[in-house]
Design a protein around this ligand. Structure first.
Ligand code: 5GP
Ligand code: MN
Length: 354
């Protein structure tokens, strides 16, 4: 097994048969379309642009479409200027969907995760190809490449390129996108989902010319002063801790976000700060989004599954230790109270020491 792991870093889901099926789809007339989930994060946009860059370098033009915008700290990624946003460019997005011979579905496991884009994708006759690492993939794709053991979709896209026999052709541009996806979704290589294979892939990407220190700096060291003040406010004024339930919570209203000139991405990592408190095994960040929905980000460490909490109570899902959800038609106070009311019931499940 050791030699197998060494020679093949990617996932076993990329069988010869499914790879041949994908190549046949790509050979059909039309332009491949690459999509990811709404509120794209570093893994969504990183894996999408990695695929776009790699295909282009192999002579295949494709298009990248996202439901909506993503944080400015990801705008340096090679190919960013080519990305079409459905929220601002509906007509061109519809045209791109109409021209698709195949639709890559990256970093999501059900079409509803693409928000406003979902009806277009559902109506499109183009076969879907899912590359994803979320649990319980829905059955909508012609090819479902799902590996929940992987820390990121970007790691899977590396595996896809490798399965095509093209790992040696990964450019510094493609590598930078892959590295960004892996780094952001693995908490900078710290989550339990990181494996020896993750590190071997990262090593390969650095060998391909990726400057890991620059990427880290572009993603994590580009704070605006407003953002620092928002984080300071959230931690000093809004953090609630229930030591008896091993739980911490930060909730922010639209008014509060606006006061600190909120921009997409500004609250990223807040929930992890709450989780970093000694003795806390369950943390939540709840905020009122601009469309009035109440969004939740849930995190845990250890055995407690926040995916189950998100699915059972907040119309959401995700991973065992990182999940999210959204509630329509309720106030921030109501959702916060609902969250708080769950705590006595899960107190026992949270009473462990890491
Ligand atoms: P975040 O807290 O970073 O927004 O999301 C963490 C993880 O939770 C994501 O990677 C995604 O898997 C999942 N997630 C977030 N929001 C939702 C949602 O509304 N529905 C579902 N099914 N999963 C979500
Ligand atoms: Mn991901």
């Amino acid at each position: 097994m050791g030699s197998l792991t060494n020679s093949r870093l990617g996932s076993p889901v990329f069988t010869a048969e499914s790879m041949a099926q994908c190549s046949a789809l790509l050979a059909a007339p039309g332009t491949p379309l690459i999509t990811a989930h709404r509120g794209p994060d570093g893994d969504a946009i990183g894996s999408a642009l990695a695929l776009w860059n790699h295909l282009r370098e192999q002579g295949v033009d494709s298009r990248v479409v996202m439901p909506d915008h993503y944080p400015a700290f990801l705008h340096w990624l090679p190919g960013h200027a080519e990305v079409l946003l459905h929220e601002t460019d509906g007509e061109r997005v519809a045209a791109a969907v109409a021209e698709a011979n195949v639709i890559f579905c990256l970093d999501y496991n059900e079409l509803s995760r693409t928000g406003s884009l979902a009806p277009l994708l559902e109506a499109s006759p183009a076969p879907k190809v899912m590359i994803d690492h979320h649990q319980h993939p829905a059955d909508f794709a012609a090819i479902t490449w799902s590996d929940t053991a992987r820390c990121s979709t970007a790691e899977l896209v590396y595996g896809w390129i490798e399965a095509r026999g093209e790992a040696d052709r990964i450019s510094a541009a493609t590598g930078a996108c892959l590295y960004t996806g892996i780094m952001t979704d693995s908490g900078s290589f710290r989550f339990p989902s990181v494996t020896p294979s993750t590190h071997r892939i990262a090593a390969r990407l650095i060998e391909a010319g990726v400057d890991h220190a620059v990427i880290h700096s572009r993603v994590y060291d580009t704070n605006q002063v407003h953002r620092m003040r928002l984080v300071g406010y959230a931690l000093s004024e809004k953090l609630r801790v229930w030591p008896e339930y091993h739980t911490a919570l930060i909730a922010l209203s639209q008014e509060e976000l606006r006061r600190f000139h909120y921009r997409s991405g500004d609250t990223e990592g807040l929930v992890n700060q709450a989780l970093s408190i000694e003795g806390v095994n369950f943390a939540a960040f709840i905020h009122e989004s601009h469309d009035g929905r109440i969004k939740l980000s849930l995190r845990s460490r250890g055995a407690f599954s926040v995916r189950e909490v998100a699915a059972a109570h907040f119309n959401g899902g995700g991973h065992h230790n990182a999940s999210g959800g959204a509630v329509d038609g309720a106030t921030l106070e109501e959702v916060t109270a609902q969250f708080e009311s769950l705590l006595p019931g899960v107190a026992e499940a949270l009473a462990y020491q890491i």
